[in-house]
Design a binder for this molecule. Sequence first.
Ligand code: SIN
Length: 552
Amino acid sequence: MIEKDFLIIGSGIAGLTFALKASQFGSVAIITKDELDESATLYAQGGIASVMTDDDSFELHANDTLEAGRGLCREDVVRIICKEGPSCVRELIELGVQFTRIRGKDYHLSREGGHSKDRILHANDLTGREIERTMIEAINSRENTEIFPHHMLIDFITLSRLDAKVAPGSSQDEALGAYILDVKTNRVKTFVGKTTLLASGGAGKVYLYTSNPDTATGDGIAAAYRAGARISNMEFVQFHPTCLYHPQAKSFLISETVRGEGGILRLKNGSTFMENYHSLGCLAPRDIVARAIDHEMKKSGDDCVYLDTTHIEGYHTRERFPNIYQTCLGFGFDMAREPIPVVPAAHYTCGGVAVDLNGQTNIRRLFASGEVCYSGLHGANRLASNSLLEGLVLSHRAVAKAASLLKSDDFSKHITRDIPEWDSGSAVDSDESVVVSHNWDEIRRLMWNYVGIVRSDKRLYRAERRIQLLLDEIKEYYWNFTITKNTLELRNIALTAQLIIMGALERKESRGLHFTLDHPHTDDQNWKKDTVLQDTTRRLITKTSHGTTLHE
Ligand code: SIN
């Protein structure tokens, strides 16, 4: 049993910000599924939105965020995050993050869709890599921080799972730790923490085509749901309009800042089309651009549209977007000479574990920050480059709250309760791994086809039936065989897919990222509110001769 003051699950900007600050107050464990730097943050190209100049203001940034969120943002959250953003960004700079400057002086600020000002700080097109590099360097010098790479969250240990008198997700419930799979040895470890931050990222891998890294399998959302946490607005999945269309490119992201620097979307015949959809043309909010591309592709039958940067000076493209330029070149496309083929792909999970302004979930001692959470910043559609900002500010606020919990003296009595160590009991190794790969493919394909950019009741009901069958099969498999990273991920993408479908079926309107042919209008009277999903099924952890059981 590993005991710490702070357990942190995930190592992107949200997890590392929390870790750096929490280590001033107590012992820290960072639990992360892959290498320490592997996270969606690592691949962030565009940058971090923050008010940095006198001709910009918090009011303008907040208004752009609210406009993109289509009436569902929490206004207090939006204002606080926009306002506290610059000081948190300055801390990043003090830590050593090198954002791109113009001739070594002022910061170069980019523009992305939906922003009324240039306010995106970036490190060329490798912003996330620069942030991870700097934060990890700082983390490595913290003595009271232990890092557990290749360790994966299975489920939370909560009070309601040990004590039948406490209702899951109720105000008496609290997080006490987590069962964690050591992926390399396939052994399960028991972690106990006085507070836990969930910062495990989103769920793009639920879809067949995604810009997300392989780690984005909704692990945190699924585990939090199973523990009784409230999950909000899962129907809002953001599709990035421009990912490279090439069979080997794995939906490589072409940053929106490429359009911010003048890139133009064209059809195969060279004609432009975004002016027919929005006055901001190619820099319209993302939901509109992605839907326009989807519509044009369906109309023409083409497999992709094109992003044209040939009119921008070649030198500029190569210097400003070295990573994108070189990656495209590797796939045989010279951006400076020819338009590149692009398609939309799942990019960001706007919904997630519901939290307050301090990242606190409805389960005491359990916090969430970054893509895994729903704070109310993004509403029905996230404004570009607001996500790194959210992870940064929310984790900063969450540490203060979590540190105050350390002082309360009521944790020890829970620790002394008998938290059982995990024991696999009679489970055996599977000889049918094909079940995992088959179901994995089926889920991602069905989500792409039935729960994608444009939805309908019929497609959603079809998806609902299929996912239930798959979940039943996966449950049986999960309990009979020794768990592995693959089975855990499959179980999580299946549940996260179900939550997206449930949210989409509940919302009988179209708003922001959720567009359905059967309810094509926005219905403010009935639907200017969040969808909230909560599972309060009692799941007790018990020890039997068959091992440790977390009842389903
Ligand atoms: C991009 O660079 O286009 C992605 C930025 C974001 O998703 O916020």
